[in-house]
Design a protein around this ligand. Structure first.
Ligand SMILES: C[S@@+](CC[C@H](N)C(=O)[O-])C[C@H]1O[C@@H](n2cnc3c(N)ncnc32)[C@H](O)[C@@H]1O
Length: 186
């Protein structure tokens, strides 16, 4: 088992909001990243980066003038991500539910892509709806909210706030995972 997986599992035991026993597989991450046009300068936000299993491949593909804002509630994970020295990366130890205030504090008017793996299932319905609405409000036209989870639960909530939502499935993950792509009209 890779070092990061052991570290991830220890944090799962300490913090119920980590909500997964293992990091997402690289095969799933590649499926998610195919939905992003990396030829453009982008503002990318990630909710719940954990050990950076998705963040590092995103940084590897992002253009030099892009920005990447990682919002992580777990202090250990946030501290570990801060060891990644990349001028495009800003790590915020905080709650995804504060997305609007977080972007405002960073003087960023909007995001092109928001990626999320936080456990929406733990939130009550009103909080799920509120977070989807505030995320939709900060995404630029043509941009997308990419949600991956063990359940397709969020599809209906995403359809309330985005005109187009696509659901796909990644079986090469433990457990298998759903990927939801909610896109704003360009
Ligand atoms: C299922 S893990 C996914 C980690 C990693 N992105 C991956 O794909 O393996 C969920 C992550 O979301 C973080 N998290 C949970 N609730 C959060 C919230 N409200 N805001 C920001 N991060 C949160 C957890 O600490 C954890 O790192």
């Amino acid at each position: 088992m890779a070092m990061n997986q052991v570290y991830f599992f220890k944090n799962f035991l300490k913090d119920r909001n980590v909500a997964a026993i293992a990091e997402t597989s690289q095969s799933t991450i590649r499926k998610i990243l195919r939905k992003i046009d990396f030829t453009k300068d982008l503002v990318v936000v990630e909710y719940g980066p954990g050990t950076g299993v998705c963040s590092l491949p995103v940084l590897a593909r992002l253009s030099p003038n892009s920005r990447f804002i990682a919002i992580e509630a777990n202090a250990d994970f946030a501290r570990q991500l801060r060891t990644v020295k990349d001028p495009r990366l800003t790590v915020v130890e905080g709650d995804a539910r504060d997305i609007e205030a977080i972007l405002k504090n960073l003087d960023l008017p909007a995001a092109d892509i928001v990626i999320s793996s936080i456990p929406f299932t733990f939130f009550p319905p009103a909080t799920r709806r509120q977070l989807v609405a505030s995320t939709a409000s900060v995404i630029n036209p043509g941009g997308a909210f990419l949600v991956y989870q063990y359940s397709p639960l969020m599809k209906g909530y995403l359809e309330e706030a985005f005109p187009k939502v696509r659901l796909s499935f990644s079986p090469l993950n433990i457990p298998a995972i759903f990927i939801m792509e909610a896109r704003k009209t360009a």
